[in-house]
Design a protein around this ligand. Structure first.
Ligand code: HOZ
Length: 441
């Protein structure tokens, strides 16, 4: 059966449309972060009124199976009782003190116990802040200025990292943002992901100038892209040999792919790790941590400056702690792997059945289906191959799924997230929806 044509201005989304018109007058582009603007799929965002478990409700009263989970944090689903209770208990005591609490050490202990590279950790308010601070720390520690990053990897929006960036920077066509000075960009060396020879050459040419290699060990920000073992091994070996700091950005993958993140799964331990999303349980919290010897350079233990009024905020720490404790006490990882496998196989079969060229990449509960022009399916190994995706086709797929009550990333260049609140019936409904939509794409 053919799916109905995607209806991007559905009468069922009238209130969202009015809310967007109002917001556009007040907020640049109508959104407080471009990733949620639906710009890449040619339409208007839905405005959310509430969420519960694996479902979102918009202000028109439509409900959607949610595969965004706030772009990653909601691994337990929305409003998990343990997290809600922890936030309420913290709220009853106060919302911000600008002074230390014992709860921060409890969260630090949980992070240190789970993440192999982390011996000491500093809490901040976002993944952007974590990445920006880790870069400054690496520079302060090594007394060098250059950093190496990879095309299509996204590390938040600090100036030095907005060069060849993924996520909404790539989606909306500004991987090198206006406002980043040429001087800043010059200190960022951009290489292709999964190309160890390029990394080898960069270190051969200027190894004593490189402070850090910063990478997503499993990329979520150009769609999902897996690293090769050879590439990861080269990054670890070369940074070690040349005295540079290897930084894993695990903002998406931390506590998502395993308690210890991608580094646990892949068996490669960096020097520093950045965290965000799940570590704050859905509230604004990021963290960076690593070897004690490096972390002790952060002020006031050392001299590398980094600060924040809301760093270690009691509500965010409570939500993060409850989330990590729940993940420790009832690990969902085996079940997420089963659900992920089911979705991957279901979508792959549907794409094959309808002759739609698609490369599907998955790590646990993160997944991307790259729709391609064909006729052959091309493996996606980095930004060069990811950027050849058939994005107009993805937009059609996205809207077809929306019309069937499935909320997917509004860009080809983002990963979807399954939560512990999803069940087999949800996955089967999502496969059936994709089967119907792909028949018409
Ligand atoms: N970092 C998120 C996934 N790429 C997007 C969040 C946002 O920019 O709003």
């Amino acid at each position: 059966m053919n799916a109905p044509r995607p209806d991007r201005s559905s009468s069922q989304r009238r209130r969202s449309s009015a809310a967007f018109a109002r917001a556009r007058d007040l907020i640049p582009g109508g959104v407080n972060s471009p990733a949620r603007a639906f710009g890449a799929v040619g339409g208007e965002p839905i405005f959310i009124s509430a969420a519960q478990g694996q479902r979102l409700t918009d202000i028109d009263g439509n409900t959607y199976l949610d595969y965004i989970g706030s772009w990653g944090p909601m691994i337990l689903g929305h409003r998990h009782p343990r997290v809600v209770a922890a936030i309420e208990a913290a709220l009853a005591r106060g919302t911000s003190y600008g002074a230390p609490t014992e709860a921060e050490s409890r969260l630090a202990e949980l992070i240190i116990a789970a993440v192999p590279s982390v011996e000491k950790v500093r809490m901040v308010s976002s993944g952007t802040e974590a990445a920006m601070s880790a870069v400054r720390l690496a520079r302060g520690f090594t007394h060098r200025e250059k950093i190496v990053k990879f095309s299509g990897n996204y590390h938040g929006h600090a100036d030095s990292l907005l060069v060849a960036a993924g996520s909404s920077a790539a989606t909306l066509g500004v991987p090198d943002s206006p406002g980043v000075t040429a001087g800043t960009a010059r200190d960022t060396v951009v290489l292709d992901y999964n190309e160890p020879a390029q990394l080898e050459e960069a270190f051969r040419a200027g190894g004593d100038t490189i402070a850090a290699v910063l990478m997503e060990p499993v990329v979520g920000n150009m769609g999902l892209v897996m690293p090769t073992a050879e590439f990861l091994a080269a990054a670890r070996r070369l940074t070690h040999e040349h005295g540079a700091v290897l930084v894993f950005d695990e903002v998406m993958t931390g506590f998502r792919l395993a308690p210890g993140g991608a580094q646990e799964l892949l068996g490669v331990t960096p020097d520093l790790t950045t965290l965000g999303k799940i570590v704050g349980g859905g509230l604004p919290l990021g963290a960076y941590g690593g070897r004690r010897e490096i972390m002790d350079h952060v002020l006031p233990a050392g001299k590398v400056f980094q600060a924040g009024t809301l760093s270690g905020n009691p509500l965010a720490v409570a939500a993060g702690t409850a989330t990590l404790e729940e993940l420790r006490d009832h690990p969902p990882y085996a079940s997420l792997e089963r659900l992920g496998t089911r979705l991957e196989e279901g979508w792959r079969a549907a794409a094959a059945r309808h002759g739609v060229p698609a490369w599907i990449a998955r790590a646990g509960s993160m997944m991307t289906m790259f729709l391609q022009a064909g006729p052959d399916v091309v493996p996606v190994t980095g930004w060069t191959t990811a950027s050849r995706s058939a994005t107009a086709r993805y937009a059609e797929f996205f809207w077809g799924m929306m019309d069937r009550g499935v909320y997917l990333p509004c860009s080809q260049y983002e990963a979807l997230f399954i939560s512990a609140a999803h069940d087999t019936d949800d996955i089967d409904a999502t496969i059936a929806a994709a089967d119907a939509v792909l028949a018409a794409v």
